[in-house]
Write a protein that binds this ligand. Sequence first.
Ligand code: SF4
Length: 77
Amino acid sequence: MANEENRIKKVTVNRDLCIGAASCVVAAADYFALDGENKAVIKEGGTANDETLMLAAQSCPTKAIFLFDGEGKQMYP
Ligand code: SF4
């Protein structure tokens, strides 16, 4: 499955859904951070592999994190 390791090409956070639970920050501390409004943001230059990103997205209680592949197809949720 090595060739499927980095299928996630785009990550977005729906700020209206985010409740600042910070599970994503715990799951992927090098990728997500909370901003001044307690909403998750993607860190500048942040890195995470697909597994970490998927875990972070799945950990979000409100499913505010959206993952897309290179063709723009939504992978999660
Ligand atoms: S886990 Fe979800 S609700 Fe919590 S900070 Fe991250 S995006 Fe927001």
